[in-house]
Design a binder for this molecule. Structure first.
Ligand code: ATP
Ligand code: FE2
Length: 334
């Protein structure tokens, strides 16, 4: 018998993604198209328009990459929470439409949990603490007492938004994270000194707003180079992430750290996580970049986990939940 195949649709933020995954975890397709700008930021209704424009082509390419048609799909999953309302709506609408047209069951999944589950599928990690560092989100998540709980999180913006805002301020365009990484690397190769920035860890939580104001002023003063500021920004905020992740590991007694989210692609952040884990006899796992950034593959995989655990959803219940938190989700598959 052919394994059941799930088509997952991701639209929490700037990416429209379709992933196709088989029951045994084999990835058959991973197609995405992300909204970008040359110099401005991300405006929700423009991003939603982008998703509408590209959805047909992304879906068609995913099916053709997988070498299958809609009639081979047994389940449709979509990112139901959390995210930007206008963007989430496009994914939910596409999922409802496909479900209705083709008579395929559908299921809504939580995007943050999907990041953790895809790390469990694609790395040897079994029960990791997840450092989820993306544009909009920054959370430390782990499975405890039947639920995915948030052990620490940002009190204001996500870390990627901080990197993107600073990049925009110095004229680098969106997304800024990879550009900041390149400039930081240059400074590191030249042994640039660390420029002091606020370090804001409050208990288990993080705050980035004050750091942005501070570093933007430093840039405006003309006294510092782009490279030096990018380097110091990364060293400071990544140390904050690693500190809170380590404390979550100590608290939960877990011996694995996995990373998720677009900022997780950053090699320096991965290096700092690895060093922290080595120092405490733990292991660090980074899944491939293709699933660190937003993607439909992890949505498809979590859809399969939930469906196989007996979860069902009526089309009428396929409504978006932009503010739902991970610990409100009932976990039946673990
Ligand atoms: P969500 O918050 O819904 O998970 P998102 O829209 O923030 O999604 P992601 O693709 O997870 O999407 O992450 C995008 C963020 O990752 C952007 O802020 C981008 O600047 C950042 N980013 C991508 N690559 C790197 C990198 N190499 N170094 C640092 N940041 C990066
Ligand atoms: Fe994400």
């Amino acid at each position: 018998m052919k394994p059941a195949i799930c088509l997952g649709i991701e639209t929490t933020a700037h990416t429209f993604g379709v992933g196709i995954v088989a029951q045994d975890g084999k990835i058959l397709a991973d197609v995405k198209d992300s909204f970008t700008t040359g110099s401005g930021g991300m405006i929700p209704h423009e991003v939603a328009e982008h998703h509408v424009k590209v959805c047909d082509a992304v879906l068609a390419k995913a099916l053709s990459d997988a070498g299958i048609g809609m009639s081979d799909i047994r389940l449709i999953s979509f990112s139901q929470s959390p995210g930007i309302g206008p963007c989430l709506k496009i994914g939910a609408t596409v999922a409802r439409l496909l479900s209705h047209l083709h008579g395929i069951p559908l299921i809504g999944v939580n995007h943050c949990i999907a990041h953790l589950e895809i790390a469990r599928l694609l790395t040897p990690a079994k029960d990791p603490v997840l450092l989820y560092a993306s544009g909009a989100n920054t959370q430390i998540i782990a499975f405890e007492e039947g639920k995915y709980r948030i052990f620490g999180e940002t009190l204001d913006q996500g870390i990627g938004n901080l990197l993107d805002s600073f990049a925009r301020h110095i004229g680098l365009g969106f997304p800024g994270g990879p550009k900041v990484e390149q400039l930081a690397l240059k400074a590191r190769e030249q042994d640039a000194p660390l420029i002091e920035l606020p370090y804001v860890v409050k208990g288990m939580d993080l705050s980035f707003g004050g750091i942005l104001t501070n570093i933007a002023r430093k840039w405006d003063s003309g006294a510092f180079t782009k490279e030096g500021l990018c380097f110091s920004l990364q060293e400071t905020v990544f140390a904050m992430l690693v500190e809170v992740s380590e404390r979550a590991m100590a608290h939960t007694g877990k011996i694995e750290l996995a990373i998720g989210g677009g900022v997780g692609c950053n090699k320096r952040l991965q290096e700092m996580c690895r060093l922290m884990c080595e120092a405490r006899g733990a292991q660090f796992f980074a899944p491939p970049n293709t699933v660190l950034i937003d993607n439909g593959v992890m949505i498809a995989w979590l859809g399969l986990l939930q469906y196989n655990a007996g979860e069902r959803m009526a089309i009428a219940d396929a409504i978006i939940k932009p503010y739902l938190r991970t610990d409100e989700i009932e976990v039946r598959w673990r």
